[in-house]
Each structure stands twice: as C-alpha cells, then as structure tokens.
Design a protein around this ligand. Structure first.
Ligand SMILES: [Zn+2]
Length: 421
C-alpha cells in the first residue's frame, strides 16, 4: 500500500501503521506516555507504549504525530440516533423514509465527532442500522442497539389525549411478569444487544412525568433474568429516587440519568457495582435554549432547576466514587455530533480531564459490554483510535473541535485523516 493511500485518503487500512512521537492517553487512566509509538495492524492494535520499548515493524507505514495525542475512539453510552427532533408537528410531517436518511446523517456526524461506538437507548426499531454499518452501507460508529420494553402508559408509550400514539422509541408494550418475560425473549430473538427499560417516566408527552414510577421490581428482575441468560445487559432510564432504587433492586447493569441520588441508592450502586450514565448534556442544551429537544410540559424555570439538580447529583456520584460513563442522551439534530461536550461538562463539575476521558473510553466500553474489544489502546484491542491536535488533558474542550481530530480510525479503517495534508 502506498504512503498516499495510507495517509492521504480514506479507506480500509491494510498492512501495518505506526503512529510515532505522540502522547499516548490509552484510556486506562494510566499516566500519559510522551514520545509513544502505537502500532496498528489491519483492524487491531499490535502494540502501544513508550518509543524505547515498542519495536516498529520494518513493513510499517510511519506517521509522525509529534505534538499530538493518540487516544481511543470515544464511546457514547446513551444516544437516540434516529431522533432529530422532539417537536410533534415536525415529527408528524417527517416521512419514515426521510427519517432513515436523517438517521444515517446523525450517525456520520457522530463518527465525525470522534465517537467510534455508541449505544442506542431503545430508539431503533431493529438492529438493521448496526448491520448496515457493518456492511459498509452507512458511515457511522459501531452501534450497540438496545431493544426497548414499555409498560402501558410508560415513558416510551408516547400517547396524546386525542387518542393518538406517536411512538418514536422502538419497543414492545408489555405488562406483568409473563408478558415482560415473553417480550424480553422476543427482543433478544431479534438480536438486540441489550434491553432498555424506564423505571420512571420523563418529559416526552403530556401524560408523562418523571415523578411516575414504572414497572414493579419483579418485572425488572424478570427482564434482567432473561437478558442475563443470553449474556446481555439491561439499561434503565431512572429519574426519581424510587425508580432508581427499583432499577438497582431489579439488578440492571446501568442506570441512565439517575437524577435523584441519595445515601441509600449510592450504597446500592456501590454494593452492586452498577454503572451510572448521568447524561448532563441535554439539561445544558435546553438551558441554553436548544430547539428541537424541548420537552413536553416543562417550563424554563423547571429546566433551570433540573439542570442544577443534575449537576449537584453528578457531584454526589463523583464524591461517592460511582462507576460513571459518558452518555449524552443525544436526541435532537443539535445534539448529535456535539457528544464530546459531555466530557467538558463532567470536568466542570468534578472530574479531571483524565477521568472524563476514561468515562468516555474504558468505563463506557464496560457499560456497552465491549471492553474485551474496544475502549483502551492495548495490544489485541480493535484499532478504534483518534489522533488529536493538542492536549485534551490540558483542555478537554479541544475534543469538540473536529478540525483537531486529525485521524479517526474505526477498527483500523480510516474515517477521517488530515495528517498528510
Ligand atoms: Zn434517553
């Protein structure tokens, strides 16, 4: 393979590539390695470490990345990739076919932003987009697709008083242990990577409220039991204290939002090793007047209060040492592609830059149950990798600047590359 193909074009990377001289931030949380070498062979990382200790294979194409940072591709554990607006009128006017193209565009934006894996939180109707990405039909991050289960009248059961249903989450309606067991089995049969449930309501449609608790603990346990039998995780949206505890009692893998922590739930997180995906971004974007993600029946004053509460809540989680991963709840056109802002928000409220990077790499890979394959730059892992102009440990916000993402590799395949230009 010619140097030009290797460094100046996009396409499938073949052969061996050596990124030489950059600062390695490998995603494990270890101290950065100055003057590093990362060797990529095909789709896999062969070696990563100090220049003195890593042999550069004779056949390698060498790329000088001095002054730059080499880090894992980022992972967003909570997106709604097919949702481009929450506006009911706009949703009604959008043909389903158009929505597919919009989804493809949101996926490309997300990968352009340096996110090489995302977990869709119950929005996609099936795993077809994951397959389309794998087939190379659509450019996008690796998808982990959650199949949603929905109790009647729940957060995902989008219903208007006129009698109109407007589902924009995937998911099957089911109630009671026998039904949820069957629905979970059906979702798993369809090939979903994990299951999404909501143990509280939210603010999606008029009859929805985060004060409502959804599912019994028994129902949650049943879903977890079925998912676990297939080695799959359950993620639970939970925005009130009781719903968070019900999710934890039910044995879910990760709690999403987890907006109202208290001593009891914090202890439960610690005892069970459950992950928290706090999703700070939507509150911030709403607060700044973001259109298209405005939520039903929520006043500006409420939004403001919620944002502050979720910040305080995040601080509690950080102080308690919970396992925290990056998730943005990206669900409007304006939030897809700005995923890296979540890392900056985390550093504003208690995380170091390194902790935010680990939350978007290693910890996020654990939440997605992909830690054997991605999340860190270590030998044998898939080559999901970014070369960033500058030092994100110094200034985490540079990860939001796409012009600094000089190289984006996904599984060794070059998605973006300006290094040779
Ligand atoms: Zn969500």
């Amino acid at each position: 393979m010619s140097e030009a193909r290797r460094t100046g074009e996009r396409g499938i990377a073949e052969g061996v590539l050596a990124l030489v001289g950059g600062t390695l931030v490998d995603g494990t949380g270890r101290d950065p390695v100055q003057e590093s070498v990362v060797v990529v062979e095909g789709s896999v990382i062969r070696e990563a470490g100090e220049r003195a200790q890593v042999g550069i294979p004779a056949e390698a194409t060498i790329i000088d990345v001095s002054g730059m940072t080499v880090m894992p591709g980022m992972i967003d554990c909570h997106v709604h990739i097919s949702i481009t607006t929450m506006d009911v009128d706009q949703r009604l006017r959008t043909r389903k076919t158009v929505e597919l193209f919009q989804t493809a565009e949101m996926m490309k934006r997300t990968l352009d932003a340096g996110f090489t894996t995302v977990r869709d939180a119950g929005t996609l109707k099936d795993v077809g987009f994951r397959q389309a990405v794998e087939m190379g039909l659509v450019e996008g991050p690796r998808l982990v697709v959650a199949g949603a289960l929905v109790p009647t009248g729940g957060h995902f059961d989008v219903y208007y008083p006129r009698g109109v249903e407007l589902p924009f989450f995937g998911g099957e309606r089911c109630d009671g242990v026998p039904e949820v067991r069957k629905a979970a089995r059906r979702a798993l049969r369809q090939g979903f990577d994990c299951i999404k449930i909501c143990t509280t309501g939210g603010s999606v449609y008029p009859g929805d409220s985060r004060e409502y608790t959804e599912w019994t603990v028994e129902e949650v346990q049943t879903i977890v039991e079925e998912a676990s039998a297939r080695g799959k995780a359950v993620m639970a949206h939970a925005s009130n204290a009781q719903g968070i505890k019900n999710a934890l009692l039910g044995g879910v893998w990760s709690v999403e939002h987890g907006s109202v922590l208290d001593d009891e739930s914090i202890q439960m997180f610690l005892d069970r090793g459950t992950y928290l995906v706090p999703t700070l971004l939507p509150g911030q974007v709403l607060y700044e007047g973001g259109e298209g993600i405005a939520q039903a029946g929520v006043s500006h004053a409420q939004m403001k209060a919620r944002r502050l509460a979720s910040i305080e809540n995040f601080k509690l989680a950080v102080d308690a040492g919970l396992k925290i991963a990056v998730g943005t709840d990206a669900l409007g056109e304006k939030t897809h592609g700005i995923n890296a802002r979540e890392l900056e928000l985390m550093t504003s409220y208690g995380f170091t830059s390194m902790e935010a990077i680990v939350a978007a790499t290693k910890t996020a890979s654990e939440v997605c149950c992909l830690d054997a394959k991605v999340g860190t730059l270590e030998p044998g892992k898939l080559a999901d990798l970014l070369v960033v102009g500058g030092d994100p440990l110094e200034d985490i916000s540079i990860l939001q600047d796409k012009s600094r993402l000089s190289l984006i590799l996904k599984e060794g395949s070059i998605h973006a590359n300006t290094l040779a230009r």
